[in-house]
Design a protein around this ligand. Sequence first.
Ligand code: NAD
Ligand code: USQ
Length: 404
Amino acid sequence: MRIAVLGGDGFVGWPTALHLSARGHEVTIVDNLSRRDIDAELGVASLTPIEPLAVRLRAWQEVSGRTIDFRLLDIAEDYGALRSWLAQARPDALVHLAEQRAAPYSMKSARHKRYTVGNNVNATHNLLCALAELELDAHLVHLGTMGVYGYGTVGAAIPEGYLPVSVEVAPGRSVTQEILYPANPGSVYHLTKCLDQLLLAYYAKNDKLRITDLHQGIVWGTATPETELDPRLVNRFDYDGDYGTVLNRFLVQGAIGYPLTVHGPGGQTRAFIHIRDSVRCIELALASPPTRGARVRILNQLTETHRLIDLARLVSRLTGVPVAHVTNPRQEAAENELVAVNDTLLHLGLEPTTLAVGLLEEVVEVARRWRDRVDRSRIPCLSAWTPEIAERLRAADPVAVAAE
Ligand code: NAD
Ligand code: USQ
C-alpha cells in the first residue's frame, strides 16, 4: 500500500513509519517538525539523542535498502499544499498522528490552549475536507485517545466507541440505538480529540469516507525492532513535566534516583500500551478498513490498565527509588476504576506485550545510558489546570518524599 504517516517524525509516528516500510509498504512521512520546535520553546530535549529527520531517513535507507519519502507540511495551516500533495500522491491510506498531544502543554496558558485547539481541530478537518474535495477513497486511521471517555465507568466496561441507549418513546415502547459514548475530556488536549470524533463521524456519514479511530491509552517504552537497528534510528523519549508520560517518567526517575512523582494519592487508573504494540495495532487497523458508507470504526487500543500508585511501587521495587506523593497539578479524580473492551484488536491478531519486568528494565537501561542528558529541573509537572491549583503548586515543595 501507499501509506502517508502524518506526524511521522514523532514518538509514535517514527517507529510506525519504519515498521510499515519494513513490511514493504511505500511510506511517506508528512510532518511540520513542530514537535522539535516545541522542545526548543520549552528548553528540553528528548532523553535519547534523536537525529534530524533527514539523517534518520538516510540511515533507514542504508540499513534496510528501503526509501521513506518526506513532505514538510503543516496540515493545519496550509490547506492548499495539503490538497495538492494529496492529489498528486494519492495514498491508499493515511495514518493521522499530526496533533499536539500533551495535556500539560495544552493547559500552560491561553496561548497554548488556543494553539492546541487550532492545530488539532484544523489538522483533522483539513484532512477530511481535502479527502472529500478530491473524492479520494483512502482509508484514514486517526489516533484518538482513551481520554475521550473520561476515566470512569458506570459499572460496565467502556465499549469500543458506541453506547447502546434505550429511550422510551411511548408508554411501554422503547427505541434502542447506538450513540457515540458521551465525551468527557480532562484537558484541552483531550477536548480536541472529542471534537475530532464529531468531525470524523460527520465526514463518514456525509462523504462516505472510510475512517478508523484508534482510542489509544498511554504509550510506554521507546524502542521497536526497527528503531534498534542503528543508533541514528533511535526513537524520541520524553521525560519532562509537559511531554513525559507517567510510566516512562517513573522509569527515568528510577534510573536517575529521583523520587517517583505520583500526583496525589495515586488511585488514578489509566490504560497502557507498549510502543511495539501501538505500531502493530496501527498495522492491523490498516489491514482491515471499514467499508465505504460505514460509520467510523472505533477500536480501543490498550493492552492493560493500572493504578498509578501500583506502577510507582513496582518501579520503586525495581530501582530502589522511593515513591513521592506530590501536589497534583491536574483537576482529576484522585481515584477511579477503569475497565475497557479491547476485543477488536485482539481478534485482529494483537498479542499483547504486558508489563513484564524485563521490558521495564530495558527502559531503565536506556534511561541509565543517557542519564547525563537528564535535566532534573525539568522533571516536576508545573502546568496547572486552574489558577487555584497553580497557587497550591507554588506553595508546595515540588517533591515531598512520602514515607512508603
Ligand atoms: P508527538 O508529539 O511525538 O508526534 C506528533 C507529530 O506530529 C510531531 O512530529 C509533530 O511535529 C507533528 N505535527 C503536529 N502538528 C502538525 C501539523 N499541524 N502538521 C504536520 N505535522 C504536525 O506525539 P506522539 O506521542 O507520537 O502521538 C501521536 C498521536 O498519537 C497523537 O495524535 C496523540 O494524540 C496520539 N496518542 C499518543 C499517546 C502517547 O502516549 N504518546 C497516547 C494516545 C494517543
Ligand atoms: N501523572 C503522575 N505523575 C507524573 C505524571 C503524570 O501521577 O509524573 C498522572 C497524571 O496526573 C494522570 C496520569 O498520570 O493522572 C496520566 O498522565 P500522562 O501524562 O501519562 O497521560 P495523559 O496526560 O493522559 O496523556 C497521555 C498522552 C496523550 C494520550 C493519553 C492517553 O500524552 O497523548 O492521549 O496519554 S489516555 O491517558 O488514555 O487518555
